[in-house]
Design a protein around this ligand. Structure first.
Ligand SMILES: [Zn+2]
Length: 457
């Protein structure tokens, strides 16, 4: 039997196992005693150095590396102490996976050890404030899981004095995250420039999560859109006086959409959409990404909170689109779960409105649609367009009754809240088709408020 299996369910153990497997370039099941021995020999001196020890106050407080009584020892002495006192005894006790057990990491071996926050971040330890179950003084783990957790720092991403730890349902995602961190640490170890956990410079953990997702998707070639993966990030510090934890969940539908959005053909449009959503950035003064990357980003916030980002696909002030119909369709299908028939109908109606607008030789209807404040306003504008089309002697109606009630505005009542979604999609399509026409007419400028009220029935 192997020592570990992929994704056993405990975020710290799974992260530690991904670190070991990635560093030793093994599958999780292949990791054996010799690999664990190599990990110990490699990382005892690395972790015992002054830079890593500093991070350990926030990951493994009160441990061999952070106790003040050991601070006068040399790096070599501390490494030797870490090995002798902590890691070798664990290695000796490592057993292969059994059928069942009460270890909180694997559930397949007996829990011989009761571990506290010194060994597993955020785990109960008496009087200190913590996140622990049943008010017990610690949690039971087996030696193999306890040893795996020791390598968690290798796959932690430093973020604003805390750390981001990934837990995914996909081993590919878990491994790619580990790969990114490990590549960086390996590079630093080789250059003898040992600085601690991978730090891509994100103090804002939400933005950091999206940046990591983007890095994985663009750096490591996989069919990510088929992966059905979630990314759960624990943004934590285990610092003694003030342990903190925030959890961010990137759901599978958002992950799948991001996988498409980061494909070559959509990448620059997606960057533009994201860029339009930063709050309080003076773009004229921006010199590099560092000037804005930690600012609140509404696209990221909405994607994590389950709110629509549709309006960010529209550049209203220049009456043009960000991205194209294919990208917005992917978003609506994957994240908003709008079905294809609805999207096809909206596209066709958008095209018809664009054509009517062109024949009217006036952008007035578009202006009215953009300015619609209520569902009733929106319905009125569509009625005017139907009337325009009759005057233009267009043979086809704008839409059938069925299309209206089933595809354009399903569930439409007086309180229908999602009419803006249909309206924004129509406006998106009209911008996409008419932008050049609007530009030629000098009407692709900042919107003026429409005061022209048409009240006829
Ligand atoms: Zn275990």
């Amino acid at each position: 039997m192997p020592i570990y299996e992929p994704l056993m369910g405990n975020p710290f153990v799974d992260a530690g196992v991904s670190a070991i497997a990635t560093w030793t370039d093994r599958s999780v099941e292949e990791v054996d005693h010799a690999d664990l021995g190599k990990m110990i020999d490699t990382f005892a001196p690395v972790f015992a150095g002054p830079r890593w020890s500093k991070s350990f106050h926030s990951i493994f407080p009160n441990s061999t590396l952070t106790q003040s009584s050991n601070s006068r020892l040399s790096t070599d002495q501390r490494a030797a102490k870490l090995k002798e006192k902590n890691w070798f005894p664990l290695l000796k006790a490592v057993q292969e996976l059994g059928k069942h057990g009460d270890c909180a990491g694997c559930g397949r071996r007996l829990a011989h050890l009761t571990l506290t926050k010194t060994d597993v971040p955020l785990t109960g330890s008496g009087a200190l404030r913590n996140f622990f179950p049943l008010f017990a003084e610690g949690v039971g783990y087996c030696a193999a899981c306890a040893l795996a957790v020791q390598f968690v720092p290798l796959v932690c991403v430093a973020s604003g004095g805390r750390f981001m730890l990934l837990h995914s349902n996909s081993m590919r995602v878990q491994r790619a995250w580990a790969q990114r961190c490990v590549e960086e640490i390996r590079r630093k170890v080789l250059q003898n420039d040992i600085t601690g956990c991978y730090n891509p410079g994100y103090t804002n953990a939400r933005n950091g999560l999206f940046a990591m997702a983007q890095e994985l998707m663009t750096r490591y070639e996989e069919r990510w859109e088929a992966e059905n993966a979630v990314m759960q990030v624990y943004h934590f510090t285990n610092y003694n006086p003030n342990p903190e934890l925030d959890i961010y969940l990137l759901p599978a539908d958002v992950f799948r959409f991001l996988a498409y959005a980061n494909q070559q053909q959509f990448r620059s449009a997606w960057r533009e959409i994201v860029r339009s959503a930063y709050l309080r950035v003076n773009w004229e003064k921006v010199k590099s990404e560092e000037d804005y990357r930690n600012r609140t980003n509404l696209v990221y916030e909405c994607l994590l909170d389950g709110r629509s980002i549709l309006s960010f696909f529209l550049n209203r002030s220049e009456r043009k689109v960000r991205g194209n119909w294919t990208l917005i369709t992917l978003y609506m299908k994957e994240v908003r779960h709008m079905d294809k028939t609805r999207l096809d109908t909206i596209k066709r109606v958008g095209d018809a409105i664009a054509e009517t607008t062109r024949r009217n030789n006036s952008a007035r209807r578009l202006t009215q649609l953009e300015g619609a404040r209520t569902y009733r306003d929106c319905r009125n504008v569509l009625r005017f367009i139907i009337r325009d089309r009759i005057a233009q002697k267009q043979p086809e109606p704008l839409f059938s009754l069925d299309e209206y009630t089933e595809h354009l505005f399903p569930e439409s009542g007086a309180e229908f809240a999602e009419w803006t979604e249909t309206r924004d999609l129509l406006v998106f399509r009209i911008y996409e088709v008419l932008h050049q026409w609007l530009q030629e007419r000098g009407e692709a400028e900042l919107l003026t408020t429409e005061t022209d009220e048409e009240t006829e029935e």
